[in-house]
Design a binder for this molecule. Structure first.
Ligand code: ARG
Length: 458
């Protein structure tokens, strides 16, 4: 004998060990609210179409409401014997209202049920993630707004390249987060679609109304093909891929925060509230939160690769392999929501050491391009100017000085094209201010970017 809900054609039970290996209740109970929501929409549809009698449907609806209250109060007990959230809730419903509960599963399968739950769960969290991105963008833009004239060296190959505004640097991340937001927005379109009514794989002979149940659930659309509806996990893969990319952005940002918070750079200092100490070295103040976000990027990549690999060989339609889609999705949701929240607070509270940043731009050769441009503006071919300045930089390095320390007489010996206004051109502030090409680091350009971002974030 077999006591499972599906036990009719069985003569024996799986062992406890096998049952627990096959069960998903340990993790899919996260979708209990979504499952009840889906069942309520399904029973409303069964009533609407006359598939169930009104009083039966009402009894089931009342029972589901009862379960919603108990779930909220933490009074529902789930068991491994009932395998997953769907069978657990069905058996709890039976305990609540008796055998009429068995009518709920008319014209439905766990296959479209689980797909519906996942769409509902992810749709909900997509909204949360998108909102968290916007909140982070607000902090980025506010910080940029108060640092338009904060100068720092811009880097390529981690070598001082040209001076830039710190706000320009911050706004680069604003742009990345904007693309992340737009990717999730697109992802939402694919998630906002109801698989309910696809049944096991082939649809159903009952005169169901899929649009009606979809509307009950607030879905904008329905799947057009029942095989696709129960077999599609693209919406989760898109989510994981978008999460991977978002985490990559956060991780790069973290890497710079970690580096710039070092003794060697001292461009930034993290707030005590986002730092940790050492159990042995009394002086330590470690950027643990930034490091953890950088580290957690790895697990989100793992979630993506994990599900891609689960999916690659699966024939249509449902396969139990699909059960492996959940933990990675839950993990990515939790990791991304937490990382965005912690990162936002960390960025908001860190101190920018503007003097150190500015000092770095006056004690380097990041103004060498300015001198070459200066000569090119006076008619010297840029290649020759580049060569000339390169030689001068080498001489300066040997003489332990910077371009601003070279005398006017020496400059004029180098090229008669050079006049006293060269010092103005070499000033990093001038270098930044003048880069007014579209998207450049010039103050006027950054202010434009900030104003546009502020309007968008309203
Ligand atoms: N726990 C299952 C899952 O997560 C629910 C669907 C079960 N369907 C089935 N035909 N066994 O995929």
């Amino acid at each position: 004998e077999n006591h499972q809900l599906w036990g009719g054609r069985f003569t024996a039970e799986p062992s406890e060990y096998v049952q627990s290996f096959g069960a998903s209740i340990q993790f899919d109970q996260k979708m209990a609210a979504e499952d009840l929501h889906g069942s309520l929409a399904h029973v409303a549809m069964l009533k609407h179409t006359g598939i169930l009698k009104g009083d039966e449907a009402d009894q089931i609806t009342a029972g589901l409401h009862q379960l919603q209250h108990k779930l909220a109060a933490g009074e529902l007990q789930f068991t491994i014997e009932n395998e997953d959230i769907h069978l657990n809730l069905e058996s709890l419903l039976t305990a609540e209202i008796g055998p009429v509960a068995g009518k709920l599963h008319t014209a439905r399968s766990r296959n479209d049920q689980v797909a519906t739950d996942m769409h509902l769960y992810l749709k909900n969290h997509l909204h949360t993630v998108m909102q968290l991105i916007v909140e982070l963008q607000k902090v980025v833009v506010t910080k940029a707004d108060s640092n338009v004239e904060t100068l720092m060296p811009g880097y390529t190959h981690m070598q001082h390249a040209q001076p830039i505004s710190y706000a320009h640097y911050l706004m680069a991340y604003y742009e990345m987060f904007q693309r992340d937001y737009e990717r999730f927005e697109f992802n939402l379109k694919h998630t906002d679609r109801s698989p309910l009514g696809a049944a096991a794989l082939a649809g159903t002979t009952f005169p169901i109304d899929r649009e009606y149940s979809a509307e009950q659930l607030g879905f904008a659309d329905v799947y057009q093909n029942s095989l696709d509806a129960v077999s599609d996990r693209d919406f989760i893969l898109e989510f994981l891929s978008n999460c991977a990319q978002l985490m990559m952005h956060l991780s790069r940002f973290c890497e710079e925060i970690i580096m710039w918070d070092t003794q060697e750079f001292q461009y930034l200092e993290l707030s005590d509230t986002y730092s940790t100490g050492s159990s042995i070295m009394p002086q330590k103040k470690n950027p643990d939160m930034a490091e953890l976000i950088r580290g957690k990027t790895g697990r989100v990549y793992g979630d993506l690769i994990g599900l891609l690999t689960v999916m690659k060989g699966l024939p249509l339609a449902y396969n139990k392999d699909f059960q492996e889609d959940k933990e990675g999705m839950f993990d990515a949701v939790d990791t991304v929501e937490q990382s965005l929240t912690v990162f936002r607070g960390m960025l908001d509270t860190l101190t920018v050491k503007t003097d150190n940043m500015a000092h770095a731009t006056t004690h380097d050769f990041s103004n060498a391009t300015e001198l070459a441009d200066y000569l090119a503006n006076k008619g010297l071919p840029f290649r020759q100017a580049h060569e000339l300045v390169g030689e001068l930089v080498l001489k300066c390095i040997q003489a332990h000085k910077y371009l601003k320390d070279v005398s006017l007489a020496d400059y004029q010996a180098l090229s008669p094209l050079i006049a006293a206004d060269v010092y103005q051109a070499l000033d990093p502030r001038t270098a930044v201010e003048r880069r007014t090409s579209l998207g450049g680091t010039g103050f006027s350009q950054i202010k434009k970017q900030i104003t546009a971002a502020q309007a968008k974030l309203k």
